[in-house]
Design a protein around this ligand. Structure first.
Ligand code: ZN
Ligand code: ZN
Length: 444
């Protein structure tokens, strides 16, 4: 491998048979007046040749779908690595984009992970398995031994009607009992209110969860999965239904989720994006350091910046009452307050409902006494609420610029994807670990 891309006699479009060497692994800028052939050289010659060679390297079968790329008009190019191109125009302003997503390389990675990746449980880290009647039975026997249970197959969910054809069909298939809106009934003689919505499950079996019933349980679960369109319900007396679906399940914890498609590996789709930060990897949130910027101040001196401008009015009165209840002093520098006191002030406490009176200076010449009773939600939740709910744009911007910062999203750790998706590995790496690599690391 030479240190140069050597281009010999490029004649594409208006290029006048030019020959040049371009250093590799450098940032190289091509400049010149409009129409001098910069794009022709860079895109139509060098990049085009790189693409052409890449496609030539694919099997003839794959090439059939890609169409032919003509060889650019150039004598020869040597030292040319695989090439990607990003045009400056039409670049989307999406803050989630990276070079990997813009060039669609990330799309191939997503396909790869969706098809050959190994999903792991987000709770215990074990590999997930495709749920089968057998694995569901194993889990049930391990966890709920001894219980008497029903095995149901869901048939109708929230649909209006008498559903007579459904019952007829079930009878013909040898079933005799159903659960309609939570009540077990004989199918023979069921009559539903045709104007209401109903949930119908067919009773597949009723049995004790015991090793000696293992085969029977597996059979019943299989029947249920078949009749219930890939879902089986196991219900004990007086406890919520356990739903098993033919999807991925952790054999240990029973956590289930759908097999992940390629979309799940994109943080630009709702299926893939971390729900906490919407796929941005960062959260714009109230920053405790901005709420108490100077820890040497006492509360009375205005340690709480959002309230530092109102020493006379209700916030100070409020803090006085709160300090008596929670046992801290308004005259202690913030940094010397106890952990508990700081937590109560910043994060609130359900136990502290504070009632107090104060004379309003704003109302009627300061004569009116106002009585306030409120649960203390905490300064940070309070500012968050204002940031989220306020209708006044100027106020939102004030809070945002004064008290909020961008922080790494706590849910995904800045990785932008849902935890389930991050738990899929190819080899030993998750998709975010691959995309976080430099090109050189990824090569290895
Ligand atoms: Zn697990
Ligand atoms: Zn996140």
């Amino acid at each position: 491998m030479t240190g140069y891309i050597h281009v010999e006699k490029a004649r594409e479009h208006n290029l006048k048979s030019i020959t040049l060497d371009i250093p590799r692994e450098r940032l190289v800028v091509v400049t010149g007046p409009s129409g001098s052939g910069k794009s022709t050289l860079v895109f139509d010659t060098i990049f085009a040749e790189g693409q052409r060679r890449y496609i030539e390297s694919l099997s003839s079968y794959a090439r059939r779908f890609l169409g032919r790329l003509d060889k650019p008009d150039v004598e020869k190019i040597t030292g040319l690595p695989p090439a990607i191109s990003i045009e400056q125009k039409g670049r989307s302003k999406n803050p989630r984009s990276t070079v990997g997503t813009t060039t669609e390389i990330h799309d191939y990675l997503r396909l790869l992970y969706a098809n050959v990746g190994t999903p792991h449980c987000i709770k215990c880290g074990r590999p997930m398995e495709q749920l089968t009647a057998e694995s569901a039975a194993r889990l049930l026997l391990d966890e709920n031994g001894g219980d008497r249970v029903f095995v149901f197959a869901p048939v109708i969910r929230g649909e209006v009607g008498r559903h007579e054809d459904v019952f007829q069909n079930l009878l013909e298939n040898g079933f005799v009992r159903v659960r309609v809106d939570g009540t077990i009934l004989d199918i023979e003689g069921v009559s539903l209110d045709g104007r209401k919505k109903h949930d119908i499950d067919v009773v597949v079996d009723r049995l004790e969860l015991h090793q000696r019933n293992r085969e029977r349980l597996i059979n019943s679960l299989e029947t249920a999965l078949e009749s219930g369109n890939g879902q089986a319900i196991v219900a004990r007396e007086d406890s919520p239904d356990l739903v098993f679906a033919e999807q991925l399940m952790c054999p240990r914890c029973g956590i289930q989720y759908e097999r992940l498609g390629p979309k799940a590996f994109s943080y630009n789709t709702p299926k893939g994006a971390c729900p906490e930060c919407n796929g941005l990897g960062v959260k714009f949130d109230i920053d405790p350091k901005k709420v108490v910027p100077d820890e040497s101040l006492t509360l009375r001196e205005g340690a709480l910046k959002p309230w530092s401008h109102s020493p006379e009015s209700w916030p100070m009165r409020f803090l006085e009452v709160l300090s008596e209840k929670a046992g801290f002093s308004l005259d202690t520098p913030w940094r010397e307050l106890s952990r508990e006191a700081k937590d109560v002030i910043l994060w609130g406490h359900p136990r502290y409902t504070v009632s107090f009176e104060y004379k309003s200076k704003e109302c009627r010449g300061g004569n009116e006494t106002i009585r306030v009773t409120r649960k203390w939600e905490g300064m940070i939740p309070r500012l968050r609420r204002h940031l989220r709910d306020t209708k006044a744009e100027w106020y939102r911007q004030h809070i945002a610029s004064e008290f909020a910062s961008k922080t790494v999203c706590p849910a995904c750790g800045g990785k932008k994807l849902r935890p389930e998706n991050l738990a899929v590995t190819g080899g030993s790496l998750s998709i975010d670990q691959v995309t976080a690599m430099t090109i050189r690391e990824a090569l290895d």
